[in-house]
Design a protein around this ligand. Sequence first.
Ligand code: SAM
Length: 275
Amino acid sequence: MYVVATPLGNLGDITLRAIDVLRAADAIACEDTRHARRLLDHYGIRAPLLAVHQHNEAQAAEKLLSLLALGKRVALVSDAGTPGISDPGARTVAAVRAAGFPVIPLPGANAAITALSASGLADPYFLFAGFLPAKSGARRQALTALRPVAATLVFYEAPHRIAETLADLAELLEPCRELVVARELTKLFEEIASMPLPEGPAWLAADGNRGRGEFVLLVSAPPPEDPLPAAARRVLTLLLPELPLKQAVGLAAEISGAPKNALYELALSWRDEQL
Ligand code: SAM
């Protein structure tokens, strides 16, 4: 079974290999047959379609396995981007692999990676969080749990929840973090806007069109944790004028329990400032 990424909006965003594989397929498993037909018609692809969605993934997998058992070539696509990424597909892939058939991925469009590539955010890690829970309490709980993660956070969001999500992000995460809103990627009204996180709700409210379409939200990583609590700094401040630097650092580390090397670096930076 081939797992084939399809465009996010712009029909040109499909690979040559994906077109070849879809053309040669005996059947194409898809989320929504009308949606898939539009893409396939564009490329003159006529293969029969088999609907695989959230509610029938188990039965559809059976049908798909019977085709594979007959030696048929089957391709799996979703409505947009890469199947299995905030889309159905994972259970089908698991069933096909468990039955011993090869699963061949064809890489291509993905909204999260597309947004990250144009964001300019330079954190070394990112965490793909997908859609936050729809209910306010669960959403806020999820955001609170994500707050300390030392990575760019990547969310998917739909137009009917964008306002609530931007408000919760602004309220629950640190105000020094940067927000990138990537809207309608690859489409006519594509927009990629960067702003300090607390400004998200005002940015959205400033223009009615900004609430339309599909969204990827990126939030830069939290500020690095200060390894030195205020109490450790205070001990060092008191000891430094009284003792040689090394001794003051050693004692401050013992008294406060803070890491000696961080205290040492701080003491050196203070001394350099005074020179
Ligand atoms: N499988 C897809 C992928 O690989 O990115 C994502 C499918 S998920 C059901 C749909 C969500 O992806 C949308 O609600 C939106 O958050 C995001 N998305 C899809 N297309 C997008 C686009 N053109 N611009 C911005 N976000 C998009």
